[in-house]
Design a protein around this ligand. Structure first.
Ligand SMILES: [Zn+2]
Length: 374
């Protein structure tokens, strides 16, 4: 049913990406220029400007399960972002669903991270790689939108990379909060195709390994396990983890899609094309508890991609929304039952049900673990 996989491109891997006309792009450029000035006045832009040390990140709102989010996570690049199937407003949709008057949280009970510092990025990435992000051609390849090569790199940094640095800080803050409080959720992050010296698959910064390495250097943890249920193999995280002691990866992925070839991981669980939810959940439930016993992590970083859904254009998984909900609740409950701290991040998800599925999962987790609804 699907097209042949492309070895080097996540977005073209399944050729269901939306088509955008030249007129749409030009209109977007004009409107984007107008909106850009307005966005500078956006209160959340303060997040991007506020320098603060990562060690100062502490949940301030008194919730049992801290949620991290900033409006600055969302990505818009004058309409050009629509050339990739990634929904740049997904995080906002989830946040708004969780904080509307009928939702489980109030806006005031959500933590607002600042952007990740260069010093933190350098914990994993090379200076050469970070410098290479000043080249629009490099960025257009990582972000899989060829026309971005025509834009100044500074504009791409402002509209796409800064949101990613902000969400990466949210991942670190969620990991830090999880170690203190047992469970925390970042409504963003999970850039698992980003490697030490290169990005790919719309992933620029290797957020989870950066967080784990930073917290380890602070003496806050020794052993960490990344549980990756995004539909794609997390090749970037896996490559970084292989060079780190006591950082392990357990990865459930669709073996028929990007990346090709797959890389070596501590524990890979590849699924064949068109795997349904029942098969997927059965495998997850039989293996996750074994992995937690085997690695005995001080922290689980849970990369909870929604591209496992049947409606996702980039994978062949067949999970229903309620099955993804069951997956997320199982991972969190199993880990917490063993008294292991867990930080959840959202990772990929490109279909029409992505935001609602994440919302339902987070609502279920909060209903189960959050005694205080904010
Ligand atoms: Zn994915």
């Amino acid at each position: 049913m699907e097209s042949e996989a492309n070895d080097s491109n996540l977005a073209n891997d399944k050729s269901k990406a939306p088509k955008v006309s030249r007129r749409t792009v030009l209109t977007g450029l004009v409107l984007g220029g107008v909106c850009a000035g307005l966005l500078l006045e956006d209160a959340d832009c303060q997040d991007l400007l506020a320098p603060s040390r990562e060690t100062e990140d502490k949940p301030k709102n008194g919730s049992k399960v801290p949620l991290f989010y900033s409006k600055g996570y969302n990505i818009s690049a004058f309409g050009l972002e629509h050339l990739h199937p990634f929904d740049g407003r997904k995080y906002q949709k989830i946040y708004e669903a969780l904080t509307n008057p009928k939702g489980p949280r109030r806006p005031s009970s959500v933590e607002r991270p600042a952007a990740l510092s260069e010093a933190a990025l350098l914990k994993v990435h090379s200076k050469e790689y970070l410098d290479s992000l000043g080249d629009s051609r490099v960025l257009s390849r990582i972000l899989e939108v060829g026309i971005l090569a025509k834009l100044p790199a500074g504009v791409i940094d402002w509209r796409i990379l800064k949101p990613m640095r902000l969400a990466a800080r949210g991942t670190m803050a969620a990991c830090r909060a999880a170690l203190q409080m047992g469970l925390a959720i970042n409504i963003g992050g999970g850039y698992h195709h980003a490697d030490k010296d290169q990005g790919g698959g719309f992933c620029v910064y290797c957020d989870i390994p950066i967080a784990i390495k930073t917290l380890r250097q602070e003496g806050l943890l020794k052993t960490a396990l990344i549980v990756d249920t995004d539909a794609h193999q997390g090749n970037g995280f896996a490559n970084v983890a292989r060079g780190e002691s006591q950082l392990f990866v357990l990865d459930y992925f669709d073996e028929s899609i990007y990346p090709h070839p797959k890389v070596k991981e501590d524990w890979s669980i590849p699924f064949p094309r068109n795997t349904d939810g029942r098969t997927y959940l059965s495998e997850l439930k039989s293996t996750l508890p074994v992995a937690l016993e085997k690695y005995k992590p001080d922290l689980v970083a849970y990369n909870a991609g929604s591209d496992v859904l049947d409606s996702d254009p980039l994978s062949t998984f067949r999970l229903k929304v309620e099955e993804m909900n069951e997956r997320d609740l199982f991972v969190v409950e199993t880990t917490r039952r063993m008294n292991i701290p867990l930080a959840m991040v959202l990772a990929g998800g490109y279909g029409k049900d992505s935001a609602i599925a994440h919302t339902k999962s987070i609502e279920s987790i909060l209903a189960r673990f959050d005694g205080q609804t904010g």
